[in-house]
Write a protein that binds this ligand. Structure first.
Ligand SMILES: Nc1ncnc2c1ncn2[C@@H]1O[C@H](COP(=O)(O)OP(=O)(O)O)[C@@H](O)[C@H]1O
Ligand SMILES: [Mg+2]
Length: 475
């Protein structure tokens, strides 16, 4: 089972919600604290003023402390929303004078603990309800009294809840709005991507024009850029292949048409000598067509895009060059050309596709032997220069006019008048193979400013012994 890909939206919202909710929790705790303190303070103030009112009603009558509470005063004392008010008055000798006798006493139960005229507040439970209770010890007409007044805390709790709501609800709305904004913004930002997806989906496979980046957010532009670069490379490759196929078809048509015409002519001939002559020409044309096809196939394999990294290994360049030079000796002898090989003493390991580099060398030697007149000299050489191993093929033949040095590497380009068979692909193959190995082919003048010197430098690999060498050469 593959995990479902996480959406940008989900990730962003998660990253935003976690700190926001934590922050909200902390702020709610602080809010509660603030609300509690404020509500409590207001509560205590009312308790104090009521207690003050009550204390005024404590009088001395016949030498005894007593509380005179007319109904109006009692009404004022007891007006406290839906809360209940309880009170009591004690004298110094802990004698109960007035009020609710069972109100919780301050601990320890003595008037002396209540500092003179400084009220103390505490939360208690009374008759199953929580109450806020104020106690004060004071002197009335020179006598010590303890007055306690209590109020159920229903209103206080309501005030706290109201205050908390007023603070927390806007915060919740803010958090929700932030989450919604992110959700919406991500959707909005991704719209151009969706448009690009639709555009690509509805495209013809032949349309390799770049995707427009104008509407795309800056962060996504590298992606589109990369995609466009890939498309551009694909376009180039496709163009090259189309050109190649067109060239190949064009080039093959001529020898095949010649073959057909000669075969038709031979069929009409009666004279065996003439038939034989015609067959000879058919044979030559077939050989040329065969060579052309061979070269086209090599070229197709030699294109840097087609060269596979998997076929690249370390091998001994000098050994390969020597082996290939040997195969050309009969051709050289036939043309009375002195074909020589100069190797290197040290190891000559390079990294590459040995088959293709062999093909490169074959084409260079073929040209050298082809365009060098009889009794000429052709030398294949490996030169060691610092980190480079340079493959050289030098001849003292006709040479290539300077103004054609670039042109000869073009596909199907041939210098007219050489009277040699060929299809103009040899040097194009050499160049493609060199490019596929991150190097290039250099065309120079041969010794004594005569003939041609072709050089292809390779990077030497520093290894005394490489088991891959033998493996490659055995293939
Ligand atoms: N060593 C050389 N000496 C002289 N001319 C050469 C040499 N190599 C190549 N050329 C010229 O370059 C042209 C292109 O070479 P190439 O691409 O191998 O095609 P081809 O050999 O099939 O004509 C040849 O037609 C030839 O005129
Ligand atoms: Mg050639």
């Amino acid at each position: 089972m593959t995990p479902s890909p996480s959406t940008l939206r989900r990730q962003l919202i998660l990253w935003l919600t976690a700190p926001l909710v934590s922050l909200w929790l902390i702020s709610s705790a602080i809010d509660y604290n603030v609300a509690f303190k404020a509500a409590n303070h207001a509560y205590d103030q009312t308790l104090l003023s009521k207690l003050f009112g009550l204390s005024k009603q404590v009088v001395v009558e016949n030498g005894h402390l007593t509380v005179k509470l007319p109904p109006e005063a009692l009404a004022i004392l007891r007006s406290a929303d839906q809360d209940k008010i309880y009170f009591q008055v004690w004298n110094r000798s802990e004698q109960f004078i007035f009020g609710y006798i069972d109100l919780p006493m301050p601990i320890p139960m003595t008037i002396n603990t209540i500092t003179q005229n400084i009220p103390s507040y505490r939360d208690e439970t009374y008759r199953g309800e929580s109450i806020r209770i104020i106690s004060v010890g004071t002197q009335i007409k020179g006598r010590d009294v303890l007055i306690q007044l209590a109020r159920t805390t229903k209103r206080r709790e309501e005030t706290i809840a109201e205050m908390l709501m007023n603070m927390v609800i806007p915060q919740i709305i803010l958090v929700l709005m932030a989450i919604f904004s992110v959700w919406y913004a991500v959707g909005r930002s991704l719209t151009p991507l969706m448009q690009i997806r639709d555009e690509i989906l509805h495209r013809s496979h032949l349309d390799l024009s770049p995707v427009s980046q104008i509407q795309v957010p800056l962060e996504i532009q590298p992606l589109i850029q990369g995609f466009n670069e890939l498309i551009a490379r694909l376009g180039k490759l496709l163009n090259a292949q189309q050109r190649f196929v067109a060239d190949a078809a064009h080039q093959l048509r001529t020898p095949l048409a010649g073959l057909k015409a000669q075969a038709e002519l031979a069929l009409r001939l009666e004279n065996p000598a003439e038939i034989r002559h015609s067959l000879q020409q058919i044979h030559t044309a077939a050989k040329q067509a065969n060579h052309l096809i061979q070269q086209l196939l090599v070229l197709a394999r030699a294109e840097p895009e087609a060269q596979q990294d998997s076929l690249m290994r370390a091998f001994d360049l000098a050994e390969l060059a020597k082996k290939i030079t040997m195969t050309w000796v009969p051709r050289a002898l036939h043309k009375k050309i002195d074909l020589g090989f100069e190797g290197v003493d040290a190891s000559a390991t390079v990294h590459g596709n040995a088959t293709l580099i062999g093909e490169l060398l074959n084409n260079l030697i073929d040209n050298a032997l082809r365009y060098t007149p009889e009794n000429g000299v052709v030398t294949v050489r490996i030169v060691s220069l610092l980190d480079d191993l340079i493959l050289e093929v030098e001849d003292n033949g006709t040479g290539i006019p300077f103004e054609m040095h670039d042109l000869v590497f073009d596909r199907f380009f041939r210098i007219l008048g050489s009277n040699q068979e060929g299809c103009g692909l040899g040097l194009a193959i050499v160049r493609e193979i060199a490019h596929g190995h991150d190097t290039d082919v250099q065309l120079l003048l041969g010794r004594n400013n005569q003939g041609t010197l072709m050089r292809v430098p390779f990077k030497r690999i520093k290894s005394e012994f490489n088991p891959l060498n033998t493996q490659t050469l055995k293939q």
